[in-house]
Write a protein that binds this ligand. Structure first.
Ligand SMILES: *Cc1c(COP(=O)(O)O)cnc(C)c1O
Length: 496
């Protein structure tokens, strides 16, 4: 099995090459040429093993030029017992007969990004050894908050790599900012961007595709890669936890083996929900994929109308990791749904670049409608849902998960669909303590740490130690730059 580009049908590369490159040179995203499937028997076997074995099996199907030993080592290193606070890595918690929560935030940085970013450095190191001789890999990351910290933590002091993270100066929570600006490690850098997440992401993309900059890198024996969810090495590990959640729901008696579930995902860049789509295409019994957005509801509108239009107000919300107007990974889905036609994809994305909008064909729109359900809610509804969920189930969701639960509740009311649903819970509530505290009792705290303590007192739930230890940690990175200055920031960090 090889990988191709959403924008150039002439591309046929190995998995390791796709992971090393991050993005295809034509600006398209890499995808496997065929989606591997598993049989009901295979799925049944996966139900009887633990997370790491499930990961090896699923990833092995995608990492076609990795040896079994390499896949094994990547999984064992990424999901080693001491890194995740739960022995199940990604446990499923049942709230009632229809609603379960898949906890993806038990890793080192308390957000679901750890699920992929603890794995990516290992995938990338193996991939680079197959594709590059002795070059140093420079990882550039644009983050809406959680990716940055998870990537820094994943790559810190990994030999042969350097990592530089850009985040929107006013677009991340205080806790997220502190997590990044205090990052330790000899190969890391962090810089704020005066702009929003899309500015940071476009800035990184512009660096990746600038021939002069690439030449300068080559001359210095450096090579770029991406830890953003455009890298296939981010997507593949995310497929695993949907398969795992299904197995856990079967084992818990929530769903009879072979029956379908619905999956609800709080969505920003469309990476997480795309992984769920892949799990479904592989043969996981999934009925609907419910795409939950906050006030930045560009995807809700897209699913309803077939027109993607980023010309709209950008809201800064209490679920900042979903404050995104361009959902990059949607490109992969549209490529698959339009019959794998790069010319069609190029047309849509040229239109997005030029006019900020594109409209898909009726055929693609109909296919989307068979599988995806869109919904959104504002901050007030999110907070209300956090409070209601805590009161009804004694379960405290974070702000992003709150959006997903709200959209699910509205879907259930509207449709009466009794299919068991699993909600991807993407962050610890203690990562967004100000908003969560205000949801619980309407108060505001002097700072994030005071809010953390207040939530602990109110609920009796203990905050993750890695967030508590940020208090008073020295800030190492306080710089901010304009988007246009991003290349210079990169050169300065690398000393070239
Ligand atoms: C990144 C993130 C999301 C959005 O995930 P996408 O893959 O970008 O759609 C949702 N919630 C949290 C907490 C995140 O960190």
């Amino acid at each position: 099995m090889l990988y191709t580009s959403t924008r150039n049908g002439g591309v046929h590369v190995t998995a390791s090459k796709a992971i090393t490159d991050g993005i295809s040179p034509d600006g398209g995203l890499y995808l496997p040429e065929e989606i591997p499937a598993f049989s009901a028997d295979e799925l049944r076997t996966l139900c009887s093993v633990g997370y790491r074995e499930r990961a090896k099996h699923v990833l092995g199907k995608f990492l076609c030029d990795f040896t079994a030993d390499e896949v094994n080592d990547c999984v064992e290193n990424a999901y080693a017992g001491h890194k995740f606070a739960s022995p199940e890595v990604a446990p499923v918690v049942k709230l009632d007969s229809t609603v379960s929560v898949l906890e993806l935030f038990r890793g080192p940085t308390c957000a679901f990004k750890d699920m992929a970013l603890q794995m990516l450095p290992h995938l990338l190191t193996v991939s680079a050894a197959k594709n590059l001789d002795h070059k140093e890999i420079v990882i550039l990351v644009a983050t809406s908050g959680d990716t940055g910290k998870a990537a820094l933590e994943g790559f810190r002091d990994v030999p042969g790599t350097r990592i530089l993270v850009f985040y929107p100066e006013d677009g991340v929570s205080a806790m997220q900012k502190l997590q990044m600006t205090t990052q330790e490690g000899g190969n890391v850098g962090v810089c704020a961007i005066r702009g929003n997440f899309d500015d940071a992401q476009n800035g990184v993309k512009a660096i990746f595709t600038n021939p002069e900059i690439l030449e300068k890198f080559r001359a210095n024996d450096l090579v770029f890669s991406s830890a953003n969810s455009i890298n296939w090495g981010r997507l593949a590990p995310q497929i695993v936890y949907y398969v795992s959640a299904y197995c856990d729901m079967v084992n818990a008696g929530t769903v009879p083996f072979g029956d379908a579930i619905n999956i609800v995902v709080p969505t920003g860049n469309f990476g997480n929900i795309l992984a769920a789509y892949f799990a479904r295409e592989m043969g996981l019994p999934v009925k609907k994929l419910i795409c939950a957005s906050n006030a930045n509801n560009v995807l809700t509108d897209f699913l309803a109308t077939g027109t993607y239009d980023r010309n709209r107000h950008f809201y800064t919300t209490i679920s900042p990791s979903m404050d995104i107007l361009i959902s990059s990974n949607l490109e992969r889905l549209l490529y698959l749904l339009c019959g794998k036609d790069p010319a069609t994809v190029r047309g849509w994305f040229a239109s997005l670049a030029a006019e900020g909008r594109y409209t898909v064909s009726d055929d693609v729109r109909a296919k989307l409608g068979e599988i995806f359900v869109g919904g959104f809610c504002d901050d007030a509804a999110t907070k209300q849902t956090i409070a209601d969920t805590y009161r009804r189930f004694d379960y405290l969701p974070d702000t992003h998960t709150g959006v997903a639960l709200r959209v699910l509740n509205e879907y259930l009311e509207r449709t009466g669909d009794s299919t068991p649903a699993v909600v991807a819970s993407t962050a610890s509530p203690f990562k967004f303590p100000g908003a969560v505290l205000s949801a619980l009792n309407g108060t505001t705290a002097a700072d994030e740490f005071v809010a953390v303590e207040a939530i602990e007192r109110l609920t009796g739930i203990s905050a993750p130690p890695q967030l508590l230890s940020l208090r008073g940690k020295p800030v190492r990175f306080s710089g901010a730059a304009d988007r246009d200055a991003m290349p210079q920031v990169v050169f300065d960090m690398l000393g070239i």
